[in-house]
Design a binder for this molecule. Structure first.
Ligand code: ATP
Ligand code: MG
Length: 332
């Protein structure tokens, strides 16, 4: 059986069949309607990922399905994304390791495993989301905070055994909602989450719209200060909840604190957590926090399939380097 790491997130699906290349596509599903005319030989019933995003951005009134909402699984679209992932990876006989939010219900987990196994004819292993990153970094005892788009998931594990955890309904979406209101009040235009990410991550980026016959634009520089103010209080709220979870734990467990998920890669977020946890322990982060869960699930699938992973986990040096780089960046 071929090991596959599959991370179906609220915003993006990340998947890998070799532990190196991670395929990423928007977690979007659109069911096609019968059109009045057909200009192409084949009519598609379903659009997934980037194709679905194009439709959403260009056509109004289409029904968009997202697989996860506020940490809950929406079945039909979840399965479609999983099928699309395997098809694109060109894998048939798969052993899939995947994750769900820490506080998903037992029933939800059973349903997901059962339906994935039947529909994809695969063996499925299910983990609490952040465990993927921990496996990727070779950490068997520690704390992991995964800031995703829809939820932030926190787990504490000891010798690869689950001790405690939580799912907060506070992901990047909460931060973006507030920033979107600020931008709308200032410039009069609404931005999609994808546009917001582009603006925040690229210093020279600008987004323009036509409003009342005029061009209106918003640039990175226009929003970055408002972003920083909102980000600091958002990060503090998440950090405080994480601190409540580690309260009372042995310091040997808290020696390894990992920050992961796309949210941790947004400007200044890692640095805020580093400062906030200064008196608790050192925080590290994987090289690519958005892809780390998928890579770790792959490692786990490989271990369970009986093969030993030939790839070494990211070393502690690399983790620390990243921390240093972040602090250096800040000082500049
Ligand atoms: N290079 C990047 N490309 C796209 N988004 C990025 C990037 N770096 C950081 N982000 C941020 O990460 C967010 C997505 O994070 P991630 O993929 O971890 O969430 P998710 O897994 O889809 O959500 P959840 O885990 O809550 O279900 C984006 O909305 C964006 O704000
Ligand atoms: Mg995620």
């Amino acid at each position: 059986m071929k090991p596959v790491g599959l991370d179906i997130g609220t915003n993006y699906t990340k998947t890998t069949a070799d532990g190196k290349e991670v395929l990423t596509f928007p977690s979007l599903v659109v069911f096609g309607e019968e059109r009045d005319w057909s200009l192409k030989a084949s009519h598609k019933d379903i659009y997934i990922g980037d194709e679905a995003l194009t439709i959403v951005q260009n056509v109004e009134n289409v029904e968009i399905l997202r697989p996860l909402h506020e940490g809950r699984v929406m079945h039909k679209s979840y399965l479609e994304l999983a099928k699309h992932a395997l098809k694109t990876l060109d894998v048939n006989d798969a052993i899939i390791a995947t994750g769900l939010p820490v506080k998903s219900s037992r029933k939800e987990r059973e349903d997901v495993v059962k339906s994935l196994e039947t529909e994809l004819k695969a063996k499925v292993l299910l983990f609490p989301e952040p465990v993927g990153t921990m496996a990727h970094m070779g950490v068997e005892t520690g704390v992991c905070i995964d800031i995703g788009f829809g939820t932030t998931d926190i787990v504490v594990i000891s010798h690869m055994e689950y001790l405690k955890g939580d799912t907060l309904l506070m992901g990047v979406d909460r931060l973006y909602e507030n920033l979107e209101v600020t931008v709308r009040n200032k410039a009069g235009i609404s931005l999609t989450p994808e546009e917001m990410t582009m603006l925040l991550m690229n210093e020279n980026f600008e987004i323009g719209r036509i409003r009342g016959g005029k061009r209106i634009s918003v640039s990175h520089g226009d929003i970055i200060e408002d972003y920083r103010d909102l980000m600091v209080s958002w990060a503090e709220r998440i950090a405080n909840r994480a601190k409540m979870i580690v309260e009372g734990l042995s310091t040997t467990i808290v020696d390894n604190i990992i920050l992961t998920g796309g949210g941790s890669a947004l400007p200044g977020v890692f640095e805020e957590f580093r400062k906030s946890f200064e008196d608790v322990g050192t925080i590290s982060t994987p090289k690519d926090p958005m892809k780390a869960n998928a890579l770790g699930y792959y490692t786990l699938a490989k271990v369970y399939s009986g093969e030993t992973p030939e790839e070494k986990a990211e070393t502690p040096e690399e983790q620390k380097d990243q921390g240093k780089e972040e602090s250096k960046k800040k000082k500049k």
